[in-house]
Design a protein around this ligand. Structure first.
Ligand code: IMP
Length: 431
């Protein structure tokens, strides 16, 4: 038995879906522990592109069990669509392989509405959320007014809780935003249609995961978003509403901290960000366009074009530190194939002042200029390299330099979206 976590080191969209898909071959159980349908994992299997928002991508493997932990905020509408779609494609034949924590909080229609209305009102100060109701659902969890899967399973309890919630939500929607309020009957009827589905999958994730470990099974924890979007350590307030770091696995899955034996940090060979917020290495000219087009950098959840820029070793180094990363999975190295020169941000500068760590005040981070180290590109396709040694010299040099700057080895290099385009230098399950 060994347990591994794969977490994002940048602002999400690092390619965790592909890494989880590869690693789930070695895992018995794949577990999500935070976030919700704001995440979007794109996996290419047998030439078929599959996008998953909630169900862990381990479901694509025949034997793997998949668990949505209590720390996830669950949108039953998305879950239903995703399960129907997976079943239509011939996956998820055995329902016993999938579990949703009965303690996970449910995203309600008013969460989605409030998320969008708030963004509309904020105008220039908007965060650029995915509009999936993530923030409002986590707020209700903290306010102790949230509705959990176990509540939805009980008709009476659910109705009472929705009624109580609508008193305040409708007041805000009607009086502050001047929009149509929600009708109790509509909400109760719509969510009643998800009851059977959730009954089939709801369970005690704590009991299941601890029994799995006792039986010697290996767990893989699937992170969503990335360290730059962590509600405490990210670029607040331009963040998501959960802790994305490995430290949150214990709470969001219900395991002890020592159950997380190996943290794999996933990052791209460059940087992207969706939504608003500071991004020191952003490229707004043709180099950024090239990365976006070659890397297909459009949001899996919202379709928004992603902002693109050079690799930022300052944020990655910090993400490695606060996650306890043992090795890096370096994604999309092939996207840099055509470049003559490649920049790596090694420090920041504001005027004469140099920063090796990100400044804490957001206005300072927004004012930071990147200090670049320039490297020669390799200018040839790397997708067919069968080993790290088979990569062009300049590509190897680039990877080695990133290792030095991050302070941990690169254990996986991805040279294309397909499963086969993966160089596994160190298997986290048998390091
Ligand atoms: P929210 O999570 O929908 O509240 O959005 C808050 C911020 O996190 C926005 O900038 C989103 O674009 C960003 N975000 C949320 N989920 C993801 C993701 O999976 N990948 C990239 N950015 C994300």
């Amino acid at each position: 038995m060994s347990n591994v976590a794969a977490v994002g080191l940048q602002w999400g969209d690092e390619g965790k879906g592909k890494v989880i898909d590869i690693l789930s071959e070695f895992a018995d159980v794949v577990v999500r522990y935070q976030g919700g349908a704001n995440a979007g994992h794109t996996i290419v299997v047998g030439g078929e592109k599959i996008v998953l928002h909630l169900v862990p991508s381990g479901i694509l493997r025949g034997e793997t069990h998949c668990v949505i932990g209590n720390g996830v905020v669950l949108d039953p509408e998305t879950l239903e669509k995703e399960i129907n779609d997976l079943k239509a494609r011939g996956y998820m034949k055995d329902d016993s392989r999938f579990m949703v924590s009965a303690l996970a909080h449910v995203i309600m229609p008013y969460h989605k509405a409030l998320d969008k209305l708030r963004e509309r009102e904020k105008k220039q100060k908007m965060i650029g959320t995915t509009g999936k109701g993530i923030g409002p659902a986590y707020e209700d969890r903290a306010a102790r007014t949230g509705i959990r899967v176990v509540d939805l399973l009980d008709r009476r309890v659910f109705r009472d809780k929705v009624r109580e919630n609508l008193l305040l939500k409708n007041f805000i929607i009607k009086k502050y935003y001047r929009e149509e309020p929600f009708k109790l009957r509509d909400v109760v009827n719509q969510y009643g249609t998800y009851r059977d589905l959730l009954k089939r999958y709801a369970g005690d994730n704590v009991q299941f995961l601890h029994k799995s470990m006792e039986d010697g099974k290996s767990l893989l924890f699937e992170g969503a978003q990335g360290a730059g979007l962590d509600v405490d350590h990210g670029t607040y307030p331009y963040v998501t509403s959960s802790n994305t770091l490995a430290g949150n696995i214990a709470c969001g899955a219900g395991v002890a901290p020592e159950a997380i034996e190996y943290v794999l940090g996933v990052c791209k060979a460059y940087t992207t960000r969706v939504g608003e917020g500071p991004f020191p290495t952003e490229l707004t000219g043709p180099e950024g366009d090239l990365m976006r087009e070659k890397g297909g950098e459009y949001g899996a959840t919202t379709g928004r074009p992603r902002r693109c820029g050079w690799f930022d070793a300052v944020i990655v180094r910090r993400a490695v530190m606060i996650n306890g990363v043992k090795a890096i999975s370096l994604m999309k190295l092939d996207v840099l194939d055509d470049l003559d020169t490649i920049n790596i941000c090694v420090k920041y500068r504001i005027g004469k002042k140099v920063y090796s760590d990100p400044p804490l005040a957001m206005k300072d981070l927004a004012a930071c200029e990147p200090v670049y180290e320039r490297m020669d590109g390799w200018r040839k396709p790397i997708r067919d390299a069968a080993s790290f040694e088979g990569l062009p010299e300049n590509a190897k040099r680039y990877v080695k330099r990133l290792e030095e700057l991050a302070g941990v080895p690169v254990g996986i290099v991805s040279t294309g979206p397909q499963r086969e385009r993966t160089l596994l230098l160190q298997n986290p399950f048998s390091p």
